[in-house]
Design a protein around this ligand. Structure first.
Ligand SMILES: Nc1nc2c(ncn2[C@@H]2O[C@H](COP(=O)(O)OP(=O)(O)OP(=O)(O)O)[C@@H](O)[C@H]2O)c(=O)[nH]1
Length: 549
C-alpha cells in the first residue's frame, strides 16, 4: 500500500507542477503621449469552465509593478517609421528581464496603439506597424504574429477598460454562494443553479487624445434601442454556450476630446478669436482664463507660428469657455445625446462609475484627492489653484509640494481640471450631486488600465486549452491509478485463490489420511498420487521426503 501511495503521490506532484505553471503575457499601450509596457502572468486555469483566468500584474522583487513608460508616443514616428521599432525595443528589453528565459518563447506580445495613431493617415499608420512587425519578430522570441500589432478602435479601448476595472473589482465571478448572499441581502428570489451577473461598474477613460465611456446595459428593451455602432456584445467565457459571462456594453469614443487634444483645440479657438477680433491689433500675449494667474505660456500654432498666452486664473470662466468645444448643441437624432450629437442611454445613477487616466492624474497629481470624487471639493481646489499666482505655484513645485506632478502637469492642471469636470457633468450629464464616481489607477493593487482588459479578452479561450489538458491529466491519473488498483486487486485475488486451493488440498488430504493411513501408501502409489492435482503439495513433500530417504 505504501508503495502504491508513493507512486500516486509522485505522479500527482508532477501533475501539480504543470498545473501550477505560470504563463506570461505582455501588452504595450502605444498612446498619444507615450508607450507603456505591462507584463501579466497567470497560473494554469482552475479547470472550472465558469472561472476566468486569474491574471495578475507582474511585480519585481521589491513589489513594484513591472511597468515602463517612454515618451513621445508611437505616432511621433510619422515621418521616420523605420525608427519606430527601436522605441518598442527599449520597452521589450526592459520587460524580458522579468520573464523566465524558458518562458519567453511561450509569451504572447500584443502591441496596441490608440488615439495618437488613429489620428494619422492610413499610409503612415501602416508604415509604422510594418516596421514593428518586421523588426520585433526578428529581434525577440515572443509570440508576436502580425495581428498582434494593431491600432485598436476607441470602442475596443473602452470595452477593454470596462473589462479591466470590473475584473479587478471581481464583478465577473458568479459563485452560487455569493449570489445567494447577495440575493438574501437584496431580498430577491433565488433558485438553485441560477447564476446571475453581479452589478458591474461603468468607466470613463480620458487619455491625451480621446475619451471613452462604457457601461453595461442590462435592460433588453434599452439594448434594442442602441445603434450597433454604440453597443458591444461579448462573451468573456471560454465557451460560446457560457451565458454567465455574456455582456451588453454601451461604449463610445470621442477622438480629439482627450485632454491634450482638447487643449490644442482650445488654443486654436483662442488664436482664431484673437485674429478675428478687430480690437486685437494690440500685441500678444493673448489672455487665457484657463492658465494660472500670471503664467506666460508659449503656444505653437498649427501653421508653426509661436504665440504667447497669459494666464488669468479664472476657473469658472474657463469652464464656460470650454463649453462650445464639447459640441453639445449638435443635432441629436436619438435623444438623449452626450457630446457631438451621440446617443447616450440614460445612466442609472444608483450605479458606480470609475474615471481613469486624466481623471486620476487631474484629481491626484496636484490636488491629492484621487479616489471618491466630490464635486464641491474638487471645484474649490481647482478654483484656488487656478487663481494662485504662477510664481507661487512654481515656488511650491520647487519645494516638492507637488511631488507627483511634472512641469507639464502644473502648467495645464487648471485647464485639465475644467475640461474634466465639464466633460463629466455637462458632456455626460452626471449631476454635481452624483456621489458614486471614483477616479482610479490601481484597484486592489492591480493596475486597472485598459491593457489588463485587453489581455483578459485576448486570452479568454486559453482556459479551454487548460481545461482539456487538465481533463487529460485527470483521465491519465485515473487510468493509471485504476490500473495500479486493479493490478493490486488481481494479485490479491490470485493469492486468495491459491490460498483456497491449498486449504481445499489440505482438507482433501486430511480426509484421505483418515481413510488411508500414510504408512500404508506404497512408493509407487505415491508417484501416481504425484500426478493428482489436489494433493500436489503434499505429494511434493512426500516426494522430497521420500527422496531424501
Ligand atoms: N502624472 C502622470 N501623468 C501622466 C502619466 N501618464 C500620462 N499622464 C498624463 O495623462 C495624459 C494622458 O495620458 P494617457 O492616459 O497615457 O493617455 P494616452 O494613452 O497617451 O492617450 P490616448 O492615446 O488618447 O489613449 C498625458 O498627457 C499626461 O498628461 C503618468 O504616468 N503620470
Amino acid at each position: 500500500v505504501l508503495t502504491l501511495t508513493n507512486v500516486i503521490h509522485i505522479s500527482s506532484t508532477k501533475t501539480l507542477d504543470s498545473i501550477n505553471e505560470l504563463h506570461y503575457g505582455i501588452v504595450i499601450d502605444c498612446g498619444s503621449s507615450g508607450s507603456r509596457i505591462f507584463v501579466y502572468y497567470w497560473p494554469t486555469h482552475s479547470g472550472n469552465p465558469k472561472d476566468l483566468l486569474n491574471v495578475q500584474q507582474l511585480l519585481d522583487s521589491s513589489g513594484n509593478a513591472v511597468v515602463k513608460k517612454i515618451s513621445p508616443g508611437l505616432s511621433s514616428y510619422e515621418k521616420t517609421p523605420d525608427a519606430a521599432s527601436d522605441h518598442i525595443k527599449e520597452l521589450l528589453l526592459y520587460a524580458q528581464n522579468y520573464i523566465p528565459k524558458e518562458k519567453i518563447p511561450q509569451t504572447s506580445l500584443y502591441v496596441m496603439a490608440t488615439a495618437g495613431m488613429r489620428m494619422l493617415a492610413p499610409s503612415a499608420q501602416q508604415a509604422i506597424l510594418q516596421d514593428l512587425r518586421e523588426d520585433i519578430g526578428q529581434t525577440f522570441q515572443f509570440i508576436a504574429p502580425e495581428n498582434h500589432f494593431e491600432i485598436i478602435s476607441g470602442k475596443q479601448e473602452g470595452v477593454y477598460a470596462w473589462i479591466a476595472i470590473n475584473y479587478a473589482l471581481d464583478r465577473f465571478s458568479h459563485s452560487q454562494r455569493e449570489e445567494d448572499q447577495l440575493k438574501t441581502l437584496e431580498s430577491l428570489p433565488s433558485s438553485p443553479g441560477d447564476h446571475q451577473h453581479k452589478t458591474t461598474v461603468g468607466i470613463i477613460d480620458m487619455g491625451g487624445a480621446s475619451i471613452q465611456i462604457a457601461f453595461e446595459i442590462t435592460d433588453q428593451a434599452i439594448v434594442k434601442d442602441i445603434p450597433a455602432s454604440l453597443l458591444s456584445e461579448f462573451n468573456l467565457g471560454c465557451q460560446d454556450s457560457d451565458e454567465d459571462h455574456k455582456y451588453n456594453v454601451y461604449v463610445t469614443t470621442f477622438l480629439g476630446y482627450g485632454a491634450n487634444a482638447a487643449r490644442k483645440t482650445y488654443e486654436t479657438m483662442l488664436l482664431q478669436k484673437h485674429s478675428s477680433d478687430s480690437s486685437s491689433t494690440k500685441p500678444e500675449p493673448i489672455q487665457d482664463v484657463c492658465l494660472p494667474t500670471g503664467m506666460l505660456y508659449d503656444v505653437q500654432s498649427e501653421s508653426g507660428h509661436s504665440h504667447k498666452f497669459l494666464g488669468q486664473g479664472d476657473y469658472e470662466a474657463c469652464q464656460s469657455a470650454l463649453e462650445p468645444l464639447m459640441n453639445l448643441t449638435a443635432p441629436c437624432s436619438q435623444s438623449p445625446c452626450s457630446l457631438n450629437g451621440i446617443y447616450q442611454p440614460k445612466i442609472d445613477l444608483s450605479g458606480e462609475f470609475y474615471g481613469f487616466s486624466e481623471f486620476w492624474y487631474s484629481t491626484e497629481d496636484v490636488f491629492n484627492i484621487g479616489g471618491p470624487y466630490d464635486y464641491q471639493r474638487f471645484h474649490d481646489k481647482a478654483k484656488e489653484f487656478c487663481k494662485t499666482h504662477w510664481i507661487t505655484i512654481q515656488d511650491r513645485f520647487k519645494k516638492h509640494l507637488y511631488p507627483k506632478a511634472d512641469d507639464a502637469r502644473i502648467e495645464l492642471q487648471c485647464f485639465k481640471s475644467a475640461w474634466m469636470t465639464q466633460i463629466f457633468h455637462k458632456g455626460f450629464s452626471f449631476p454635481t450631486s452624483y456621489s458614486q464616481f471614483t477616479s482610479a489607477q490601481l484597484v486592489n493593487g492591480k493596475d486597472v488600465g485598459w491593457t489588463l482588459g485587453a489581455l483578459i479578452y485576448k486570452t479568454r479561450f486559453l482556459p479551454l486549452r487548460d481545461i482539456e489538458r487538465l481533463e487529460e491529466i485527470h483521465l491519465n491519473q485515473m487510468t493509471s491509478s485504476w490500473q495500479k488498483v486493479s493490478r493490486a486487486i488481481d494479485a490479491s485475488y490470485l493469492l486468495s485463490g491459491c490460498f483456497l486451493i491449498v486449504l481445499a488440498a489440505i482438507f482433501v488430504y486430511m480426509k484421505r489420511l483418515k481413510c488411508c493411513p500414510r504408512t500404508e501408501l506404497p512408493r509407487v502409489a505415491s508417484r501416481s498420487y504425484f500426478m493428482t492435482e489436489p494433493d500436489q503439495m503434499e505429494q511434493g513433500l512426500t516426494k522430497s521426503h521420500s527422496y531424501s530417504l
